[in-house]
Ligand binder design. Structure first.
Ligand code: ZN
Length: 434
């Protein structure tokens, strides 16, 4: 595939993944024809060398792995980690309210979105619902509203004269509820919303017990620029990295000749600190690796030997240079779209990269014929972080933080360069095939 075809594939992947629960379902769909076997954490596992497996924890984190021809004790794990969640809004449990005939949904802020980018967008909802089947069986399933359902209309400039000088400031409690419907005096907002949820999910309203609902932007991904060299969509951070890792792994040569045990680990909850039973700070990946050891190791010491020679690439997006804001960047570490994967480093370990892991990644780039760039954040601005330092500390393995450069990270509409996505797939494929 050309880089452009790969990005088209990515845009479809994102548009089919409006929430972390849907992102995991999209990964499952993508791996179907590659004969991955789903493992249940409550069952006993029997693994074969060369076998392809995956584990989902709580619907929104997933670990896929291919057992290598060599045991992990002989050649370690090759892991690419990324995250399935993106910052935005989550609907409050009793969020549906009405005043002056206008129904609204109250929201909590999830992670650190750029709030103003959610104004005047064609928003909708996606997530999962939990319900009772046959009066006793607890079930859960994804739910998605396809049509534009919600909106956060801006205040007209005539009522906010300073908006272009002072910026748009939204009060997080009072000014974020999303407009949902115009109701008659007889209609009550909570049953009204529950009925909408019932229609969208096909589950009877009386059976619905609870839900997790994320707000998403219904506008589909596009290419843009005079040469269509850029693309825009929601959730590029970090579904682009999940997609690149997946495309690198789902290659017949990589899958058939894996010597090391290859792992893709996509976690929810990165945007809120990763501390959960399914996040990178939780036990999920460590548990899966431990169970691979149990199935393949002959001695207790083998698991320590395996981890000591493993490598984690933490793949997450990087901040591309935006020429309108030159002062936002360290002048010597400006990175540009379409100029290759970015190796991110930070003296205070907000990124996991260090001399040795950086050198290895540079080697893989050179072997794959892929350019690379180096980034550090300005010292007078707080630096973001990734799953890299967290997962690497948890597992005790070496790690590097890399990612494709992008603009407007945490906007509801982000953008990036077409070539970089192809470059990232290439270098990750080299890593898996090494
Ligand atoms: Zn990210």
């Amino acid at each position: 595939m050309t880089a452009k075809q790969q990005v088209k594939h990515l845009l479809d992947f994102i548009d089919n993944s409006p929430s972390p629960w849907h992102a995991v379902a999209s990964v499952e769909t993508a791996i179907q024809k590659f004969h991955f076997v789903r493992l249940d954490e409550t069952a006993k596992w029997q693994l074969q060398a060369g076998g392809r497996y995956y584990v989902v924890r709580d619907d929104s984190s997933i670990v896929l792995f291919v057992v290598g021809r060599k045991t992990p004790a002989e050649s370690g794990f090759r892991i690419v980690g990324a995250h399935t969640d993106s910052p935005g809004f989550r609907i409050r449990p009793n969020g549906a309210t009405v005043s002056d005939g206008l129904a609204r949904l109250g929201v909590e802020i999830y992670g650190g979105p750029i709030l103003v980018t959610f104004t005047d967008r064609d928003l909708s909802l996606a997530g999962r619902i939990s319900f009772l089947e046959d009066g006793k069986q607890l079930r859960h399933k994804p739910v998605r509203f396809d049509q534009s359902l919600l909106r956060l209309p801006n205040l007209a400039i005539h009522m906010n004269r300073g908006v272009n000088e002072d910026g748009l400031k939204l009060h997080k409690q009072n000014e974020l509820p999303l407009l949902l419907a115009q109701l008659t005096a007889e209609q009550l907002p909570k049953p009204y919303f529950l009925e909408l949820l019932a229609q969208a999910s096909g589950i009877d309203a009386a059976q619905i017990l609870s839900w997790d609902l994320a707000v998403y932007d219904t506008q589909k991904g596009v290419f843009w620029g005079a040469n269509q060299e850029f693309y825009a969509d929601s959730q590029i951070d970090n579904l682009a990295s999940c997609h690149a890792a997946l495309q690198a792994l789902l290659d017949d040569t990589v899958l058939d000749s894996a010597q090391s045990t290859l792992v893709c680990a996509f976690f929810d909850h990165e945007e809120i600190g990763s501390e959960s039973h399914i996040g990178a700070g939780g036990s999920f990946l460590a548990d899966v690796l431990q169970r691979i050891h149990i199935a393949t190791a002959t001695e207790r010491e083998d698991s320590a030997r395996a981890l000591a020679q493993s490598f984690l690439i933490s793949a997450d997006m990087a901040h591309a240079y935006q020429p309108n804001f030159p002062a936002a960047y360290d002048a010597d570490h400006r990175v540009f779209v379409n100029k290759g994967p970015v190796i991110k480093s930070n003296a205070n370990r907000r990124y996991s990269s260090e001399s040795v892991s950086i050198a290895r990644f540079i080697q893989w780039c050179e072997e794959a014929g892929v350019p690379h760039q180096r980034y550090t954040h300005r010292s007078d601005l707080p630096c973001g972080s990734t799953i890299g330092p967290i997962a690497s500390a948890k597992l005790g393995i070496r790690s590097v933080d890399v990612g494709c450069p992008m603009w407007a990270m945490h906007s509801v509409r982000e953008s990036a360069g077409v070539q970089d996505h192809g470059y990232m797939i290439k270098v990750l494929r080299r890593f898996f095939g090494d």
